[in-house]
Design a protein. Structure first.
Length: 185
């Protein structure tokens, strides 16, 4: 997680003074409220990223759907400037395992469907979605399908590759004053 936090902090450093970003972390559930609401204050954003941690006090799951919903909610607040494009950059190191189907607890595809539907909902609201898969335990097809365009999915085999991925994304999005909600696992 150290390399992921370092790369995300570098990403924030590449934003212009007119750009906004927020930080939403997720595991079994997404942070509520966000770890950092939409802001143009890079020091606050970097502090939120630095404070993000993986809890070791119990089993954690991967609830991409909840992370995306929280990010969409943040982009719908009055903090979002109208002149900023709504963009979500979602980083995951796993396959969705939450939420579970209330009727069929053993339905493993339910969490993936929920993540896909949350991505579709975001895109239908005009939000551009970039997905980043870290590691090898990923559903690459799902992450490609969730991204606004297949080429807006990136895979990083290790944390060391994340800086390059974030640099590519920042080059693509910082041409037109984005609002970015960063989702960190």
């Amino acid at each position: 997680i150290g390399q992921a936090k370092s790369a995300a902090s570098e990403f924030v450093g590449r934003l212009s003074s007119q750009d906004q970003a927020a930080v939403v972390s997720f595991a079994t559930e997404a942070s509520n409220p966000p770890d950092q609401s939409l802001s143009d204050k890079k020091d606050r954003l970097k502090a939120a990223i630095a404070a993000t941690d993986i809890h070791t006090d119990g089993l954690q799951y991967t609830n991409i759907a909840d992370g995306l919903r929280r990010a969409v909610d943040e982009l719908a607040t009055q903090r979002h400037r109208e002149d900023s494009r709504p963009i979500i950059v979602m980083l995951t190191d796993g396959i969705p395992t939450r939420p579970t189907d209330p009727m069929k607890k053993d339905d493993t595809a339910y969490a993936e469907k929920a993540a896909f539907n949350a991505a579709q909902s975001a895109k239908s609201q005009g939000i551009t979605l970039y997905t980043i898969g870290l590691g090898s335990d990923l559903n690459i097809k799902l992450l490609q399908d969730m991204a606004t365009k297949p080429e807006q999915f990136y895979q990083a085999a290790s944390g060391a590759e994340l800086s390059t991925v974030y640099q590519k994304i920042s080059t693509a999005i910082c041409k037109k004053s984005p609002s970015v909600v960063e989702i960190i696992p």
